[in-house]
Design a protein around this ligand. Structure first.
Ligand code: ADP
Ligand code: MG
Length: 288
């Protein structure tokens, strides 16, 4: 049976916008050894903006943006929203067929008689499309028409305002290691990890790759302690389920992530993780 004090703890968490799905998770929050974070939408706002367009061959910036927007129009990914917003013009959906979104890669469609591919380097490699790799620091998506590279788009996101303090507060609370897992590229992943003081960043990960990294982290975790993962996306659901404590963003987070999580941070602020650990510590004082 669950000691009565845990109900008080769960109630006080819920008043602070933290949904804890059981007393055992409140207890576990006291024992985190390794805290693992997704990047996009978790440590960053997940609100992207197109900041630059690079063109190749005879194509103009308008062409590259237009093809990308036509392909992205059916996707809910924050990257897709940024591209469609930057284009701004009407998109004639009837010209698009064979829509195919590939998790962790991007999107492919037929636009009239042409095949358009929009996504990261992995998507281009998969199709043997030769690209000129962007050296800009940001989230980069490449655009190809009929398997020929036509340009790239630089997309920027903002770090959430409480991310940095959260990472340092977690260390003060005795968490021995912080990790970031992202499907985004190495340049932007490492830049953000450095800015936030995260111990280790793994980048260019597919959804399965995130679970594999988690398994590796379990091997280095102190035996009697816990591993927590914080994420927001559909792609994060398997990792949330595998972690001792899965923590999801409840505001802009996906339904799949919220469902798979043990703890939900309703305001999407990572600092609520620090608050929930403090509540867990106080609850323990009352219970024992
Ligand atoms: P994260 O792990 O940082 O939350 P995701 O797993 O959602 O990121 O996406 C990983 C990468 O896959 C993105 O950074 C992007 O390169 C590519 N990608 C995913 N969906 C799309 C899309 N709709 N359009 C273009 N690129 C995409
Ligand atoms: Mg995410």
């Amino acid at each position: 049976s669950i000691p009565l004090g845990f109900f008080g703890g769960i109630g006080s968490a819920s008043k602070n916008g933290i949904l804890v799905k059981g007393g055992n998770y409140l207890e576990a929050l006291n024992e985190i050894d390794i805290a693992v974070f997704d990047k996009t939408g978790t440590l960053t706002e997940g609100i992207f903006e197109v900041t630059d367009i690079k063109v190749h061959n005879e194509y103009s910036k308008e062409d590259v943006l237009k093809y990308a927007a036509y392909a992205e129009n059916f996707s809910n990914h924050p990257i897709a929203t940024a591209v469609v917003d930057a284009y701004g013009d009407e998109i004639r959906n009837e010209e698009i067929s064979n829509y195919n979104e590939i998790a962790g890669h991007g999107i492919e469609v037929n636009y009239g008689d042409s095949k358009i591919s929009v996504g990261n380097k992995k998507l281009m490699d998969k199709n043997n499309i030769e690209i000129i790799e962007s050296t800009e620091i940001g989230t980069i998506i490449y655009v190809a028409k009929d398997n020929k590279f036509i340009g790239s788009i630089v997309i920027s996101d903002r770090i959430k305002k409480d991310s940095k303090e959260t990472l340092s507060n977690l260390k003060q609370l005795g968490i021995s290691k912080t990790v970031m897992l992202t499907g985004d590229n190495k340049a932007i992943g490492e830049k953000i990890a450095n800015k936030l003081g995260i111990d280790t960043a793994y980048t260019d990960l597919l959804p399965d790759g995130k679970v594999e990294k988690l398994e590796d982290l379990y091997k280095e975790k102190q035996k009697n302690k816990k591993l927590a993962f914080v994420g927001d996306g559909i792609n994060d659901a398997p990792v949330l389920a595998r972690a001792d404590i899965g923590i999801a963003m409840g505001g802009l987070g996906s339904d799949a992530a919220i469902e798979a999580a043990d703890v939900v941070l309703m305001t999407d602020e990572p600092s609520k993780l620090v608050d929930s650990i403090k509540i867990a510590k106080n609850t323990r004082k009352i219970v024992y």
